[in-house]
Design a protein around this ligand. Sequence first.
Ligand code: FMN
Length: 370
Amino acid sequence: MTSHPALPPDVATLGDHERHARRVLDDATWAYLFGAAADELTFARNIDAWRALELLPRVLKPLAGGHTRIELLGRTLAHPILVAPMAHQRLAHPDGEHATALAAAALGAGLVFSTQASVPLDEIAARFLPEPGRGPLWFQLYLQPDRGFTAELVQRAEAAGFEALVLTVDAPVQGARDSERRSGFRLPAGIGAVNLTGLRQPPPRTLAAGQSALFDDLLTHAPAWDDVAWLRSITRLPVLIKGVLHPDDARQAVACGASGLIVSNHGGRTLDTAITTANALPRIAQAVQGDLPLLVDGGIRRGTDVLKAIGLGASAVLVGRPVLHGLATSGATGVAHVLRLLRDELEIAMALTGCRTLAEASTALAPPPR
Ligand SMILES: Cc1cc2nc3c(=O)[nH]c(=O)nc-3n(C[C@H](O)[C@H](O)[C@H](O)COP(=O)(O)O)c2cc1C
């Protein structure tokens, strides 16, 4: 690990971390890490949708002994904030996923480690798991066309000590990330998906006239609901599904034996103008009726957003880009500060809405205006 640069003095919010990160990263790296699909409307609307929800303050309630603890997959967690899986974190800072893991463990935040991480999965498990007070450690999985390789990857994650699998299902094809293409971004030498070393992609098919490279080649390898059953059959770990927005898909995930759902639009990086997660979450909560835990990500930038998400039916939230802003600004120190700010803001929001525990979070939401 490199040394941990001190925080700049004027950083008081996640937005301040973003401003500093913009200064230290070049344009192409910025476009890859922080860009979104097409006109980036879903990306922006995710943030706006949480902001638009109003809270209803309560006064003079006894709040002593309150806390942010939650129960998730059989464990008690100090608070409901996890780090979202994000690829290639060494682009943001030389310490990459190591710094993120160190900070998340110190702050009791769960960590979801990406299939496309830029450091070996066993190094992160070895760093994270021994930390006292740590949150859960989950492995995010993209099913590869080579199912044999995928099974070995799952076994490696299991052997390293990862505690659940998060199967991401909303990116069978990459979104049209125009700002990234425009920037000419290329992964620099020395940064890559090291846990996929040795993976062979199927050779491209020869297409007949009129056939589509997407539908008649790439998507012939795409995962389907059957693959969830297959994945469950090869692992003893709980399987959560990430990237669900439709209530019918949520019900199907329950029927397939998923242990949890992450309501997510990939932070607006796949389908632009997709529904915001703040809007999708209550519909999904209603569809699954508590049959499995729901988590949500996309646009969470304030502790008030966390409280609103829990109030709408989530058990916990994942935070994406702000973690990378903190990482770029000040390595592990920056990530720790981002997570600390969110938790502190959550406590303040709970206190001012009269919630001693997160079980009361639904009472914090103001009714929609008539
Ligand atoms: C740079 C970057 C890389 C990402 N890589 C992955 C990934 O490898 N797997 C995955 O499931 N989601 C990935 N995501 C999506 C995040 O897990 C998460 O859904 C999203 O960032 C949440 O929105 P937010 O950034 O507004 O918090 C990535 C997001 C970013 C910004």
